[in-house]
Design a protein around this ligand. Structure first.
Ligand SMILES: [Zn+2]
Length: 325
């Protein structure tokens, strides 16, 4: 049985998907949840959303029950928040609390904060093992990055370089502006079961706030010259920030830019879905010394691969990068 927070987030997800009074949906859900959990867990619960339907009597009874509640009790989520200690910024605390092992590890993320529920119950989670893929030539990403100043920070989970004016990518005609890039060691995505030494994620956002991430996998080998200026400026503490002028972003990518694409999520809490993932098929290298320098500051920070479920992984034909002006 999930804890209260997880339950409330699941209820919200269901309420949003169902044409009922959300309070009724929640109550109905709470009443039935134990049996449903036994029957197959939260995911099948969401899949079964709306079936079995509530009877008219059941809904009428629930309406009465809700009407009899004191204000503030009608919304279980609000009640849960109200129960938090005054002055305790729960969200900020939770955001820092998660990690990659033990009680704060990936299999516990959903329990750490209500907004993390999708980490457990989501159906399009990242990362994944990129196994069988199929040709998908209809969509193509054009990369229009430009050299930019960076502000490199250590957020306790990774080293992240905020990009001030790095340009954008265009994905199916929609521009997504590059916001930041960061590292995972070892890699989060695996290809046919193979894990790589490191993975760089370039995070882009469109005007609607939707995310598109480009992932580059790095194998152990020669030092990565393109990333060398960043690795020479890794902040050791969360207080330290390292500015870097005029970093040439495009040099981090391999020349062949065929991609694997799939619909996924953030790989860190709150594991938000709707992220358009593009992992480059061609890997680049990184030296052992560079990986060591990173791991001396950040412990292994890869979320385990998540079930692919019903998703398609599309594979572009590899094409050569055209240098844009
Ligand atoms: Zn990442």
């Amino acid at each position: 049985m999930p804890d209260q927070h997880t339950l409330h987030s699941m209820l919200d997800a269901m309420a949003g998907a169902m044409p009922h009074d959300p309070r009724i949906t929640r109550r109905l859900f709470v009443r039935r949840s134990s049996a449903w959990m036994l029957a197959g867990g939260a995911v099948s619960l969401l899949a079964a959303c709306g079936t079995p339907a509530a009877s008219k009597d059941e809904v009428a009874a629930l309406r009465k029950e809700i009407a009899a509640l004191k204000p503030g009790e009608a919304d279980p989520k609000a009640a849960a928040h109200g129960a938090e200690k005054p002055g305790a910024p729960a969200a900020a605390h939770d955001a820092k609390h998660w990690g990659y092992e033990g009680e704060a590890g990936p299999d516990k993320w959903a329990d750490l904060a209500p907004e993390n529920a999708v980490c457990r119950i989501g159906s399009t989670q990242s990362p994944i093992d990129i196994g069988a893929s199929q040709p998908g030539l209809s969509s193509r990403t054009s990369i229009k990055w430009q050299p930019s100043a960076l502000n490199i920070q250590n957020n306790g989970h990774t080293i992240q370089a905020d990009v001030t004016n790095g340009g954008a990518i265009e994905l199916d005609g929609v521009p997504y502006t590059l916001a930041q890039f960061h590292f995972h060691a070892p890699s989060e995505h695996t290809v046919a079961g193979k894990r790589f030494a490191m993975e760089t994620h370039f995070v882009h956002k469109n005007a609607k706030g939707e995310l598109a991430v480009i992932g580059v996998l790095h194998d152990i080998g020669a030092a990565n010259d393109a990333l060398a200026p960043v690795f020479a400026a890794l902040p050791k503490t969360t207080e330290e920030k390292q500015p870097l002028a005029n970093f040439d972003l495009a040099t981090v990518l391999p020349k062949d830019r065929g991609m694997y694409r799939y619909a996924g999520s953030l790989t860190t809490p709150p594991c938000t879905e709707g992220v358009r993932w593009q992992v480059l098929q061609t890997t680049t290298t990184i030296s052992e010394a560079q990986v060591k320098a990173f791991n001396a500051i950040i412990k292994p920070n890869a979320r385990p691969v998540q079930p692919v479920k019903a998703r398609d992984i599309l594979k572009d034909a590899i094409y050569k990068f055209q240098t844009a002006g």
